[in-house]
Write a new protein. Sequence first.
Length: 255
Amino acid sequence: MTVGVRFRTPTLRYFRFQGEPPPLDSFVVVRTPRGLEVGKVRTPPRKAPEAGEVVRLASKEDLDRAARLRAKGEEILFYLRARLKEEGVQAKVLGCDLTLDGRHLLVHYAASERVNLRPFGAELARTFGLRVEFQAEGPREEAGYLGTLGACGMESCCSTWLQGFAPVSIRMARDQQLPLSPDKISGPCGRLLCCLAYEHPVYQELLKELPKKNARACTREGVCGKVQKVNPLKGTVELLLEEGKILEVPKEELE
């Protein structure tokens, strides 16, 4: 059995454990291919492909050390950003994560075009005495790293509670009666809003009880028309009658 552990992005990685499962929202020390790292448990035990193992619950010493390493990572981040700017390299450094032994550095970056960062990796290795690895991130991961405000006015889900990126489609926006303008249904990352997938199952259940758009429907009183619009949250449909009049009808009154 494994537990899902979150690090800097919403994408969970799963680690096997021995004995009692670590509690939800506890910090654990896990073994990854890079070494020991500290993450937060975000799921109950489940079967999932493993990325490593849980070594122990994080102690105060582990958490204090991780905090010091995050501060060192911030120092390296600003150094690397300055060097990229000096050399005119079009890449955005999102975060610099060090393993718990302070020897291995993982640099997360975003770039619209392919860039060669190997010379900078060699420079960081000489300057800070580290093994350096670069990892490219997509637009959604970038938003999760930097933190943004959503259309709702709250801090974006990807930088707070989200535990993975679900597939999102235009069909979800259609089912929720949303305008299909990219400005209305896209997040700060430029991709479709993650909350479309979060809310879609509710709309699917509501739509099962309503006729489809453009179908012909009749009321119990025998008034018939073409379904012009479906309002799943209100539980009504708008019928276009033969004389051109629009009639809003609750689902309970449909034949």
